[in-house]
Design a protein around this ligand. Sequence first.
Ligand code: UD1
Ligand code: MG
Length: 468
Amino acid sequence: MPNNDLAIVILAAGKGTRLKSSLAKVLHRAGGRALVEQVLRACAPLKAKKTIVVVGHQAESVTAVAEPLGAQTVLQQPQNGTGHAMKVAQRALGRAKYAIVLPGDAPLIRTETLKALLATHRSAGAAATILTAVLADPSGYGRVLRKSANAVSAIVEESQLAENQREINEINSAIYCFTLQKLWPALAQVQPNNKHRELYLTDAVAVLAAKGETVLAQVAEDSREVLGCNTRQDLAAVDQVFRQWKRHSLMDSGVTIQLPETVLIDPDVTAGEDTVIEPAVQLLGATKIGARCVIKSGSVLIDSTLADDVTVEPHCVVVESRLESHVIIGPFARLRVGTHLKTGARVGNFVETKKTVIGEGAKVPHLTYLGDAKIGAKTNIGAGTITCNYDGFHKHPTTIGKNVFIGSDSVLVAPVRIGDGAYIAAGSAITENVPADALGIARGRQVTKPRWASKKRREFSAAAKKRK
Ligand code: UD1
Ligand code: MG
């Protein structure tokens, strides 16, 4: 159901000084996406009338992430604090009744928690409802001062805590629901009374409470959801939670993950039932894995599609490739962009492929480079085969038919075609097409000189005696 009286405001203008980075804070990544994208995705199911992202530092880059996700951006220049950011968004908010306000640097927030916050706010008719959390280590966060069981009197920033307030461990998540008609006059009274001379949105909470308005606190059930990313250590901690959630969801759907803490999986990755993922594997981008696959240790798969029953032996790197069912690759195979292995094909160790189709049941067992090549079904490519696809200016294709046998250590100088059922003698440098069922042989003839070696040894030892 759409929430026509609701707007979302994401505060994302800050630089993120504590990250010590040339990249604006909300563009840093956790769980495989930019922080601001994670927040936008959590908000999307609320179906708010409007979503506004307040941008400032690297506004263009932040806008490029936010707009495709349906948000509108407003520019805050300079950045005079979270309260000022909210004022900048006022005009764009128009006549929305409620706003859920979120910082762009707390990406673990879940939709369900936001729905619950909104429900509490609406049913109490509150002026503000603050999402809080109880943390074992509250340092770095604003603290919540309560005046009764669920009513708040103020939020005090860490830098302004009195000695006796330091032990308060209920923190402000900086995620709030406001009734906008009440917020604007309160915000107008806020002064920049802090060492940064900024307008703090948190101070509007004390103004509302002092006026006798209802200000509620709702404690997040899972305190990890509110973790903010102010430092590199925060980013690592938050990334860890996202990765764990992703692994858990795959495990819940029937995937085995061994030593799960060592496995990194991006959010859009899918895997089928009874697939096994061994330790230290990375599954990245839009990778899709079928059922009953095994991905062994140290392999990295990026934007690739694997059908059912595929085996990836240890230490393979697979990028933008397609592996049909019952394919086996590795160990130590490198499949580059545009590799397509048809059913039952086998690519072994120290094989590199690029823009190459390998037919059903074909084998490339060892030490080979195939680029811009087409290999027919059941063909065998011997160890050390190289397609010379590049002449220094252009790339050229190599086409090999089905049931072909390429002898070891052959170079195939493209463009070149080898017909079905042909043989290439080991050690050949093939520069011309070889028709079907023919033998292609292109190497110097062997010369054997009887007793040459023993004669040479005698000469050498005689010369050595003379020198003594
Ligand atoms: C803020 C809260 C703090 C809370 C914590 C939770 C204030 C004053 N403090 O502190 O109570 O415990 O979040 O994570 O709000 N931003 C702007 N414009 C600005 C300043 C900031 O858009 O002028 C944005 C930032 O890009 C960021 C968010 O607001 O996404 C929060 O700012 P940040 O500097 O991270 O505030 P904290 O110190 O974390
Ligand atoms: Mg922060």
